[in-house]
Write a protein that binds this ligand. Structure first.
Ligand SMILES: Nc1nc2c(ncn2[C@@H]2O[C@H](COP(=O)(O)OP(=O)(O)OP(=O)(O)O)[C@@H](O)[C@H]2O)c(=O)[nH]1
Ligand SMILES: [Mg+2]
Length: 425
């Protein structure tokens, strides 16, 4: 299985529907009251983490994710239809970036995140009736849906990560114990991209195992295929380190990998570990025992060593059971830590800009007014319509912007520039 682990997407939430300007038409009534309905809310783009997905491959072909626009309001106060949210399934473990900023980390099955918020529906003219405004002849355009360019990154959340020198037998092991069919060959760097496989452990359960390209000394500084693939095993519960028994110096081989892992991340170096001597069909039983002893001597007390032959199917069950036990223990332990560190905060909604604040800047004889909220009101104003502008003025007054304008010396007739249009004071 080839593994695609980054993707770029353009997400666009639906705009809100426009409010409607209309008046009741009744028989014998010349002109009825305003009855323009509100626009519907635009659909949002929502990412949903799912264990049913395990690659970002789909995004190679669907780089644009666009949610539905809200329907326009209509006569007789009819509300526009709300745009449907676009729900996008992403693999558990997907991390979403906007530039350098991480905007979402979807780490548990079923977790949802609003990635781009739909625009709000514009109010119809019926909404604006007040004691002083009996027949408003304007309605709001719908709010603009959020749009952003995002990069998705998937760190495999496998249970077990296989590490070792090139040719150690990692892919062979994966192919024998799991459903994966990785490429295997008698030369280093056969594996160029990570492989994932599910291993069924007889009578107990299953584990997801990740096989990555071989590491060599200096990998952390970019030698060989570099250490970039270590990020695929960054979150695995257990690291399984494979050492080829036919090597001249198994202890040195073990240390080389240990060093590279530590250079990559101290956290990874502290990960639960199992060490495995491979290809024992190539060695005499007494030499295998000797090698096991040698290894066990230099390993920390809590690290077990095993000896297997993937080709001859030797020692595999024992190794899988022990690995599964360790994975279970680690899953329980890390679940407790995660629960302590991250109380459930409900559905996170991401906002592009802060709600509060505006500013007034004098430039020559014009006054520039900006701020997230006032920009949004401006976007919903029809600058060709006096009444719509009057309403924007009201809002600016309520926010204290008018006061600030006169404080800065704006006089009646002065040009006020907003994000989407200009008006006269
Ligand atoms: N005799 C014997 N050969 C094995 C065994 N396991 C793997 N090999 C051989 O060792 C060579 C390398 O195996 P791979 O599984 O490709 O090794 P790898 O660690 O994935 O190598 P890279 O992807 O290059 O890092 C192949 O020729 C395999 O056939 C085994 O149990 N016994
Ligand atoms: Mg390989």
């Amino acid at each position: 299985m080839k593994f695609v682990d980054t993707a770029e997407v353009h997400v666009v939430a639906g705009d809100g529907g426009n409010g409607r300007t209309s008046f009741r038409h009744e028989k014998f009534v010349d002109r009825g009251g305003p009855d323009g309905g509100d626009g519907g809310v635009g659909g949002s783009v929502v990412f949903v983490a799912s264990t049913n997905q395990n690659t970002l491959m789909n995004f190679r072909y669907h780089q644009e994710l666009i949610a539905e626009r809200g329907g326009d309001g209509s006569k007789t106060r009819k509300h526009g239809r709300n745009g449907k949210d676009l729900r996008v399934m992403v693999p558990v473990g997907t991390v979403v970036y906007d530039g350098d900023a991480m905007v979402a980390d979807l780490s548990t099955d079923g977790q949802e995140c609003v990635i781009a918020q739909g625009g709000r529906g514009g109010f119809g003219n019926a909404h604006f009736v007040s004691s002083v405004r009996q027949a408003p002849k304007f309605a709001e355009p719908g709010g603009v849906g959020e749009a952003r360019d995002l990069r998705l990154e998937l760190k495999l959340i496998a249970d077990v990560g296989l590490v070792g020198l090139p040719n150690a037998g990692k892919s062979t092991f994966l192919s024998v114990v799991s459903n994966a069919r990785p490429e295997i060959a008698d030369y280093p760097f056969t594996t160029l991209t990570p492989n994932l496989g599910v291993a069924d452990v007889r009578g107990t359960g299953s584990m997801l195992i990740a096989d990555i390209p071989g590491l060599i000394e200096g990998a952390a500084e970019g030698k060989g295929l570099g250490d970039e693939f270590l990020r695929h095993v960054e979150r695995t519960a257990v690291l399984m380190q494979l050492v080829d028994i036919t090597s001249d110096d198994i202890v040195a081989d073990y240390r080389t990998i240990e060093k590279e892992v530590a250079a990559y991340s101290s956290e990874l170096a502290g990960r639960a570990k199992i060490v495995v001597l491979t290809k024992i069909d190539q060695s005499l039983p007494e030499l295998v025992q000797e090698a096991e002893k040698k290894l066990q001597k230099i390993l920390p007390k809590n690290v077990q060593a095993f000896a297997i032959s993937a080709q001859a199917h030797k020692g595999l069950q024992e190794l899988l059971y022990a690995t599964y036990d360790l994975v279970q223990k680690e899953r329980v332990r890390t679940a407790v830590i995660a629960a302590e560190q991250a109380p459930d905060e409900g559905l996170p909604v991401l906002r592009l800009a802060d709600e509060a604040g505006w500013k007034v800047e004098k430039q020559d004889d014009r006054f520039m007014v900006s701020g997230p909220k006032v920009d949004r009101f401006a976007a919903r104003t029809d600058f060709a319509n006096d009444e719509s502008i009057a309403r924007l003025r009201d809002i600016m007054r309520k926010q204290g912007i008018m006061h600030e304008l006169s404080r800065q010396g704006a006089e009646p007739g002065a040009t006020i520039v907003l994000a989407t249009g200009t008006l006269e004071l």
